[in-house]
Design a protein around this ligand. Structure first.
Ligand SMILES: Cc1ncc(COP(=O)(O)O)c(C=O)c1O
Length: 491
């Protein structure tokens, strides 16, 4: 087929439309090809004639031809002109607009995907962009970040070609070395650099545990209340989650069953999340003994142990004996900043290869430049100095929070633990702590409903307030606003 007359070829182009003439002409041609009015093999008029007829420049026409040639819609034969690619399959109007477009149902999801879709629909009414608002749990004080030192180290590494290629998924060796020393001295973790795997935050480390330690329907013991995102990670493997009772000092070890078929236990012994209890050394030993006896993995999430204000935090469970069934997890999300997305895990020697391989499949390597910066930041002593500074700063904020809560919420809210960290859990007598959280967010303050950390039905209601990212006035106005909301009988 050959188009000779310009009548056959008469798109309505207008310089007044928002799209460029080039775009309009491109779309017009594509439509004609796709609906079959310009079938494969059709010869198009010369670009000069099209340009004349449409009142557009010849350049515009040839640009469109070049683009469609590159995309495989058009071909040119030397001396013969431009053709609709004869190899182009016939894409008819019926196929495009009919069969495919009428197919409203997409191919199916996995069971996990279906569950997740349902859960996200259920919670869609709760979605308020509360990330990083004052009082959002887990967000550090970015204003106190040592920007100058960080930038100086960063400058030193930006031009290094060695940091631009591929590396080992296990993580940048100097960072693993620096972490080995830090974890041994500060957290009593027994390991060498070969046992450390750098992950994309603690979350990826938890997901790797779910992938490699669990089979469908395996029993996982979870602190109740506990870290919701860990719960979700274990659900990816369709594990059966069982709640673990929490007392003022974390897991109630005495209540652990004499017989269990559990495969794994997830715990935050150094600062129970979110209530704040600290598991004593004797209870840690008992827990370890129980896990070793029953062949249960302990996932020890040490997410914010750096921020204990009174003395050194208790040493990790991982390091309490030479060989423990413990996978130790940590993160720079609280100590440096969450967007860095660097966490780490310490695994038994013989599993390093397996975890590294799984990480390769899941995400590949972690970005090298940030790892190199953190490595120097630790090994040059800046990390320890930064932690010391932040500990003092957070302690001041903690004291201020205690004062404000006493002054404004004395009969309305009760702080649950007298311990440290970056957040404070308040027990509040309210109709719905989820509605309270929503109302607080509408006033510009982040928080998380205490009930959301519990298995159903929740045992307590209240709010978890992340005070680390707040400044003085925000704490004052936030707590006063919270008082008004709690007094509002509808919440
Ligand atoms: C209990 C717990 N574990 C781990 C993390 C850190 O996760 P990530 O390192 O993925 O930011 C958090 C963050 O809020 C947490 O609350």
């Amino acid at each position: 087929m050959e188009i000779n007359t310009l009548n056959d070829f008469n798109p309505v182009l207008s310089a007044k439309k928002e799209q460029t003439l080039q775009f309009q002409f491109n779309q017009y041609l594509l439509k004609k090809i796709e609906n079959g009015s310009l079938p494969p093999g059709t010869k198009l008029p010369p670009s000069r004639l099209i340009a004349l007829d449409l009142g557009i420049s010849r350049n515009t026409v040839t640009h469109v031809f070049d683009q469609l040639k590159a995309e495989g819609y058009l071909t040119s034969k030397k001396g013969s002109g431009i053709f609709i690619n004869p190899a182009l399959p016939m894409i008819t109007e019926r196929l495009l607009k009919g069969a495919w477009a009428a197919k409203t149902q997409l191919p199916g999801l996995s069971t996990y995907g279906k569950n997740l879709k349902e859960a996200s629909l259920e919670s869609s009414h709760l979605i308020i962009d509360k990330k990083n608002l004052p009082f959002t749990p887990g967000v550090p004080d970015h204003r106190a970040f040592p920007e100058k030192i960080w930038t100086r180290i960063q400058r030193r590494h930006t031009d290094r070609n060695a940091l631009k290629g591929y590396d080992n998924s296990q993580g940048y060796l100097p960072l693993r070395k620096a972490l080995t020393d830090y974890l041994r001295l500060s957290r009593g973790v027994i390991c060498n650099e070969d046992q450390i795997i750098i992950t994309q935050g603690a979350q990826q480390a938890i997901t790797l545990c779910a992938l490699l330690l669990l089979d469908q329907k395996d029993v996982v013991l979870m602190e109740n209340p506990g870290y919701t995102n860990a719960r979700h990670a274990f659900l990816t493997k369709q594990a059966e989650l069982q709640p673990l009772e929490i007392s003022t000092n974390g897991i109630n070890v005495e209540s652990l069953p004499d017989r269990t078929n559990a495969k794994l236990m997830y715990t935050t012994p150094t600062h129970q999340y979110p209530l704040g209890g600290i598991l004593s050394a004797s209870q840690r030993l008992k827990l370890l003994d129980w896990a070793a006896t029953h062949n249960v993995w302990i996932i020890e999430d040490d997410y914010d142990s750096e921020f204990h204000f009174h003395g050194k935090p208790l040493a990790s469970i991982q390091g309490m004996a030479k060989r423990t069934p413990v996978i130790y997890i940590g993160s720079f999300s609280k100590t440096l900043y969450p967007a860095l997305r660097i966490g780490y895990m310490v695994v038994p020697k013989e599993l390093t290869g397996t975890f590294t391989e799984a990480k390769t499949h899941l995400s590949g390597e972690s970005p090298l430049l940030p790892q190199a910066i953190v490595a120097d930041f630790i090994s040059e002593g800046h990390f320890i100095r930064h932690l010391r500074k932040m500990r003092l700063l957070y302690q001041e904020k903690w004291d201020h929070m205690q004062f404000l809560v006493k002054q404004n919420l004395a009969s309305l809210a009760t702080p649950i633990a007298e311990s440290a960290g970056m957040h404070l859990a308040l027990r509040i007598d309210t109709k719905s702590d989820v509605h309270l959280q929503t109302a607080f967010a509408k006033l510009g303050f982040g928080s998380t409903a205490l009930s959301s950390y519990y298995f159903e039905p929740p045992v307590e209601k209240g709010l978890v307030l992340g005070f680390a990212c707040t400044h003085y006035q925000e704490r004052e106005s936030g707590i006063v606003a919270l008082r008004k909301l709690i007094l509002n009988k509808n919440l």
